[in-house]
Design a binder for this molecule. Structure first.
Ligand SMILES: Nc1ncnc2c1ncn2[C@@H]1O[C@H](COP(=O)(O)OP(=O)(O)OP(=O)(O)O)[C@@H](O)[C@H]1O
Ligand SMILES: O=P(O)(O)OC[C@H]1O[C@H](OP(=O)(O)OP(=O)(O)O)[C@H](O)[C@@H]1O
Ligand SMILES: [Mg+2]
Length: 283
């Protein structure tokens, strides 16, 4: 069968996590900073290291079969690709921001104003949808200094912690789009057997990330209460302890309600709770 190609970012915000997720899928490959292409030795896959802006079109045109890139970039270049899986990293929001002292209070206040951005296509559409005529100034980076330099009245750029806005005297004003890294493929590639296998591995890794493995001890008299708090993959495993009337319970819990669950388990009589990361969950 033909060797697949996946395009990932060469360097920047998404590079490390993209490499990590592929490695966690059990793929072996060299990852030298200088190499632009790497062959996976234990799966029919080649990895292309590219500028993120180029990834959606490479995938759309079939030069790469798959790609990992931010949704913001796909929308900006209007690429005709298949969204295969959200990957849970590179989460950010494209926002319009204005200087702290700006008197603009609603979106119509941007009428006739200049907005600096690296995302002109997304911004133009947002302005059109909101019936606002503004001047879009396209720059390729460091957008946040635009207002300070007198280049623009507002900016439209990626915000994550908000630290860059703050340190440039700007405040968020409107949310244009949310984004995260996604696995994309060219049309029809989701039927390829190796893609199906890779997707299954990626989903196992993502599922494992969202959960923790928990082992705890509990007196048999409290077992039912504790088990009712622990769904497990199917249901919790219960094994006897050397001490009579006590058992150990093994289960998985969701990362998002981890602390709440641990406190309820303690209140229900659980002791010696051990929590471990999970590498993969095969459904
Ligand atoms: N502060 C952030 N927090 C989370 N995700 C971010 C942040 N900034 C950017 N991203 C996401 O990561 C992607 C890559 O960001 P990065 O800054 O590395 O891009 P770039 O400078 O255009 O890189 P390249 O050199 O590949 O063109 C963005 O398109 C976005 O989806
Ligand atoms: O809200 P924050 O957490 O401060 O993140 C936002 C900043 O992150 C991105 O830039 P990055 O640092 O990736 O640099 P770049 O401009 O070179 O892409 C983005 O363009 C913002 O400037
Ligand atoms: Mg780029």
């Amino acid at each position: 069968m033909k060797t697949l190609k996946i395009a990932i970012q060469k360097s920047g915000r998404l590079n490390e996590k993209s490499v990590e997720i592929l490695k966690n899928c059990g793929l072996s490959f060299e990852n030298y900073k200088s190499s632009l292409i790497s062959t996976v030795t234990n799966f029919p896959l080649e990895i292309l290291f590219l500028r993120d802006d180029d990834i959606p079109e490479y995938v759309q045109d079939g030069i790469a079969d798959l790609g990992i890139v931010g949704e913001n970039v796909i929308t900006e270049v209007n690429a005709n690709v298949e969204y295969l899986q959200k990957l849970g990293f590179g989460k950010c929001t494209l926002k319009i921001a204005i200087p702290n002292e700006s008197e603009i209070t609603d979106i119509s206040g941007l009428e006739g104003k200049a907005i600096a951005t690296s995302y002109p296509v997304i911004l133009e559409k947002y302005l059109k949808d909101n019936n606002v005529n503004a001047i879009v100034r396209t720059i390729s980076g460091s957008v946040e200094i635009g207002p300070g330099l007198g280049l623009s009245d507002a900016i439209c750029d990626i915000v994550s912690t908000g630290g860059t806005l703050k340190s440039n005297g700007l405040k968020p004003f409107a949310e244009v789009m949310k984004s995260e890294a996604v696995l994309i493929g060219n049309k029809g590639i989701e039927l390829n057997e190796d893609v199906i296998e890779l997707l299954q591995r990626i989903r196992s890794v993502l599922r494992a990330k969202e959960t923790k493995y928990v082992v705890l001890n509990v007196a048999k008299s409290n077992l039912e209460k504790v088990v009712s708090l622990l769904p497990g993959v199917k249901s919790p495993t219960v094994v006897p302890l050397f001490e009579p009337d006590w058992v150990a319970v093994h289960s998985v819990i969701a990362e998002q309600d981890f602390w709440e669950k641990i406190n309820s388990l303690k209140a229900a009589g659980a002791e010696g709770i051990v929590v471990m990361p999970i590498e993969k969950i095969i459904a």
